[in-house]
Design a protein around this ligand. Structure first.
Ligand code: NDP
Length: 280
């Protein structure tokens, strides 16, 4: 049976480290790191995420500010808030909760955020710096995956890493991070031919497709490390990952559960990016 990678425990440890570092930073500089979270509309999942982010900020001693706009807000209103936050000395990190309603262009919003305050790591400047190997802010979920591997003592160098999913927020930045750590990378997507053959090559297999339990036992090599990013809510209310846990776990050397694996790391990395922004 495989070893479970406990994202709750690792995330708690990191948040405690950040709390202590924040205390020392504030004593030395008088600066309290500040994060602004902007929510447009009333999507229930987004509301939960925003509440969790605010609470996590308060627990580590950050200043947390929340801005709420109605679902029919105009792009210009959101741009105006971002303009103010870009110039606000008390705010080191700005996060606009995605997805945005259709009348607002997400890319225009992302590009309006000062790259130094873009703690989500989505601004083209931060994406470009990541590709060039000179990162500023790195997207939180992929950064959290690297932390999980490091803190579990899993070596990355020289390994064959296969990522299922090529989104801008998970698959692509994770590929860059793993490459920078000297893994050999394959990124799969819906046009990949013979997916099982490819995933079976993986020493480190990351599932980030948003397709419930699509990674089945026979798609995984014996002894592989399996990281499940997927968060899929089924009709009966259950939350499952992209990995069929019961049949994959016996083959894997290490595996993340859903929930309690990658999910908790995302907020921990958001806090880390905000503290780093305050330090800069
Ligand atoms: P996207 O929908 O943006 O991207 C999904 C990617 O997976 C696409 O590249 C798509 O290919 C690929 N894909 C989908 N189905 C298949 C398939 N059957 N075979 C091969 N490739 C496939 O999703 P995100 O990256 O935003 O999120 C992925 C999952 O991770 C979701 O479940 C999401 O909820 C979760 N998530 C979890 C986070 C956390 O904190 N734990 C944070 C962010 C996301 P193509 O490009 O060809 O369409």
């Amino acid at each position: 049976m495989s070893e479970l990678i406990n994202g709750n425990d690792i995330s708690r440890m990191i948040r405690e480290e950040i709390r202590i570092e924040t205390l020392a930073f504030r004593e030395k500089t008088g600066v309290t790191p500040g994060l602004a979270v902007v929510l447009v509309g009333a999507d229930p999942a987004s509301q939960i995420y925003v509440r969790r982010k605010g609470k996590a900020c308060e627990e580590v001693g950050f200043l947390s500010r929340e801005f709420r706009l109605s679902g029919d807000a105009k792009e210009q209103e959101l741009l105006e808030i971002i303009r103010q936050l870009n110039g606000d000395q008390a705010i080191n990190g700005i996060l606009v909760q995605l997805p945005l309603p259709p009348q607002i262009r997400s890319q225009a919003i992302i590009e309006a955020i000062d790259p130094q305050k873009d703690v989500d790591g989505f601004h083209p400047v931060n994406v470009g710096r990541l590709v060039a190997g000179n990162p500023c802010h790195v997207a939180c979920t992929p950064k959290g995956i690297i932390e999980l591997l490091d803190r579990t003592g899993i070596a990355i160098e020289g390994k064959e890493a296969v990522i299922v999913g090529r989104s801008n927020i998970v698959g692509k930045p994770l590929a860059m991070l793993l490459l920078a750590r000297h893994a050999t990378i394959t990124v799969c997507h819906t046009r990949t031919r013979n997916l099982p053959e490819t995933t079976r090559r993986a020493d480190i297999l990351v599932a980030a497709a948003g397709s419930p339990e699509m990674i089945q036992g026979e798609m995984v090599k014996e002894g592989a490390v399996v990281i499940d990013v997927g968060m899929n809510r089924l009709g009966d209310g259950r939350l499952v990952g992209d990995v069929a846990f019961a049949e994959v776990a016996p083959r894997a050397s290490h595996i993340t559960p859903v929930p309690g694996g990658v999910g908790p790391m995302t907020i921990a990395m958001l806090l880390q990016n905000t503290l780093n922004a305050a330090r800069r």
